[in-house]
Write a protein that binds this ligand. Structure first.
Ligand SMILES: [Cu+2]
Length: 158
């Protein structure tokens, strides 16, 4: 069977790239220890707040001026709390867990985007410099009421 010279070169190039990618994957997984984030990378509820963490309650707590901690629950189909008010310039650490199935937590216009698993607490910290409203949503399809899972963070001007 005749294969054109250019076609043969492209097949070799594509095959070579597959070999390179497979080698990179093998080396990173087995020799460099690079793996997908697992449960071990998340804070546990107890470790998250020195044992005071109450997984059955959603709250916002001021730790110091400009430092806040949010204990958030996700469940079908709501976040608790779903409205948070903080002054501009505040640094907020979110601890979020799910009561039932896998959800997501994404705050618009920020770098906060978490997967929320049952019985595991995910954590993210963000400083809200600009006043305004920051909506957050569940970004993991979780059933018929998924589109109701939202809330907002209101950053008030000082
Ligand atoms: Cu959802």
């Amino acid at each position: 069977m005749h294969i054109d010279k250019y076609e043969r070169n492209w097949i070799r190039l594509a095959g070579g790239m597959l070999v390179v990618f497979l080698l990179a994957l093998t080396v990173s997984a087995f020799f460099l220890g690079i793996q997908l984030p697992g449960i071990a990378d998340h804070a546990t509820p107890v470790a998250a707040a020195g044992g005071e963490f109450d997984v059955n309650r959603g709250w916002v707590r001021e730790l110091a001026p400009g430092r806040y901690e949010v204990n958030m629950r996700a469940r079908v189909w709501a976040f608790e709390p779903n409205e948070i008010r903080i002054p501009a310039g505040s640094t907020v650490t979110f601890y979020i867990h799910s009561d039932d199935i896998i959800h997501g937590f994404k705050i618009q216009d920020t770098t906060v985007s978490l997967m929320v698993f049952p019985d595991v607490t995910a954590m993210a910290t963000y400083t809200f410099e600009k006043p305004g409203e920051y909506p957050f949503v569940c970004h993991e399809y979780c059933g018929a009421g998924h589109h109701f899972m939202s809330g907002r963070i209101i950053v008030e001007a000082l």
